[in-house]
Design a protein around this ligand. Structure first.
Ligand code: PLP
Length: 369
């Protein structure tokens, strides 16, 4: 499948930065869930996004899990979560035996609708935490969402797994909430094969997260545990890849933006096509270029036509309240997320794509009109 064009696949630096850091780990035999790369990756990522503290973990999902735990979310607690997201946002709520309430999106941001959030606060005043997601690198309406969380004195967790490098009003997404999480899974804008990061301004909570992530070992010579532990720490090899990838993040964002603009220029005037919304307060990382279709051509037509040429594309996330596993949980909203799912398609957004590749995609799609 060498010639396949992917939605978003790993792209190591041409300079080989990742291999240098990984080599250092080998040379020093620090092939472990601790070491210089782990410490430095935490520091470098925190610096990059402008957060005070960071804990490197085995995945973005683990970071969400420990953020919920740090927020004190436990059995029976209610957590608000966008319905339109990847299931990894919602699963950790269940890990903590808490109860998700799914919040609709709005057309303006595709992300959590602040009006629906406000309604949910009225319905569930006892809510313990809110998770907001920045899908496809588009930021949510953070001013209104942070204001609502402050007013209700509720912890805000930002799932910025898809939005590393995205700015909201000049500040990095992931740094507005009490906690922010990033993912370095294979399909994200930068990758370590798998991994995640939890960031926060609360040094004590981040230190606690590292403690939980390494099996909650008390300070004692023997193995002593007074709390439940997890094996969630990032390995020093993986962190080396992350340090190298971080050096090319800006380059990746620039290429993703170029691809989005290319698609929008070529396809934006086709009847019934709308591209994902870029608000004036938002500088997205354009992780995936997405559009919705409101005419005769349907998302499935585009996906089939591209697949026939060995090109990957995908529907927009299927909302959580429509998922068999999460159906029993409440949903607050009017169905915007359902419509985005029905009409949306994610175009191939791999940073290794050439102009020739982009033109090919555009031509296959144009033929459908
Ligand atoms: C990828 C992703 C996650 C999970 O991150 P992993 O590192 O794969 O565990 C969580 N939320 C969203 C929105 C994601 O896209």
């Amino acid at each position: 499948m060498a010639d396949r064009i992917y939605l978003s696949s790993p792209h190591m630096s041409e300079e080989g930065y990742e291999q240098q850091y990984v080599k250092e780990a080998f040379d020093t035999n620090w092939i472990a869930p601790l070491g210089e790369n782990v410490n430095q990756f935490e520091k470098e990522l925190a610096e990059k996004v402008g957060s005070k503290h960071a804990a490197a973990l085995s995945s973005g999902t683990a970071a969400i899990h420990l953020a919920l735990k740090a927020a004190g979310v436990g059995e029976g607690d209610i957590v608000f979560c966008p319905s339109l997201t990847f299931s990894a946002t919602a699963n950790p709520i269940i890990y903590q035996n808490a109860t998700p309430v799914f919040i609709d999106s709005n057309e303006e941001t595709w992300n959590m609708d602040p009006d629906a959030l406000e309604e949910a606060f009225k319905k569930y005043p006892e809510v313990k935490a809110v998770i907001v997601v920045h899908l496809y690198g588009l930021s949510a309406d953070l001013d209104r969402i942070t204001e609502l969380c402050k007013k209700h004195n509720v912890t805000l967790i930002e799932d910025a797994a898809e939005s590393l490098g995205t700015y909201y009003k000049g500040q990095h997404t992931g740094t507005f909430g009490d906690y922010g999480i990033y993912s370095f899974n294979g399909n994200k804008i930068i990758t370590t094969s798998g991994g995640g990061m939890l960031v926060s301004g609360d040094e004590e909570r981040i230190a606690k997260t590292r403690f939980w992530a390494t099996q909650s070992r008390d300070k004692a010579r023997h193995y002593q545990h007074s709390e439940l532990g997890f094996n969630y720490r990032m390995s020093n090899v993986v962190a080396g890849i992350g340090r190298g990838q971080l050096k090319v993040l800006d380059q990746r964002v620039a290429k993703k933006r170029y691809m989005f603009e290319f698609y929008k220029r070529e396809l934006g005037s086709l009847e019934g096509v709308s591209f994902m919304p870029v608000n004036e307060w938002n500088e997205p990382n354009f992780w995936l270029s997405c559009m919705t279709l409101h005419g005769k051509v349907r998302p499935v037509d585009i996906m089939d036509a591209l697949e026939a040429e060995n090109i990957e594309s995908r529907p927009i996330w299927k909302p959580m309240h429509m998922q068999p596993y999460f159906q029993e949980y409440d949903f607050v909203g009017e169905g915007v997320s359902e419509r985005l799912f029905e009409n949306g398609v994610c175009l191939p957004s791999d940073t290794k794509m050439t102009d020739e590749n982009l033109l090919k995609v555009v031509e296959i799609i144009k033929k459908l009109w």
